[in-house]
Design a protein around this ligand. Sequence first.
Ligand SMILES: [Fe+2]
Length: 191
Amino acid sequence: MSDSESSRPAGSAEPGTLAANSRPSLPGDLSPAELVERIIRVDHAGEFGARRIYEGQLAVLKNHPDAAIIRHMHEQELAHLQAFEKLMVQRRVRPSALHPIWNIAGFALGAATALMGAKAAMACTVAVEEVIDEHYQQQQAQLGTDEAPLKATIERFRTEERGAEEATGYPLLTSAIKAGSRLAIWLAERV
Ligand SMILES: [Fe+2]
């Protein structure tokens, strides 16, 4: 454990320090193909969940002055979802087996927060976006130059995701949603 390579803990690779072709294989590491498969599956599930959140919000807030903003975000998520659907076919990745759960949970989260009011709905959006942003950033760091188009797609979606940046005033709700979103990511990567 004297040289820098062997003393580096697993999973601590700094973005940019390891080129795509020199990714080390550490115990528990995914192969590049497995990594891409996992990324496409979880991002597809996430974009689908996001679509359902906005559908839940719109079911409640369709006549609210903020409805136009929610509709815009919903359309953006539809485009993201379609892009990952295409990638799933191209790269032969199966969807998350928990798809029916994301369908219901996303809608329920959107509708429940919207029932608390437009501000709570926005707090929900911000919390989910924050987790997605952090997660997409991690994925970008994991992908090498051999996956440049996928990396660029993730970067573009990550930027588009960050529409709603507002002080929320719902700390408990925000942290619950963040915890739930992280759990959903963990599950959709694996199941
Ligand atoms: Fe998205």
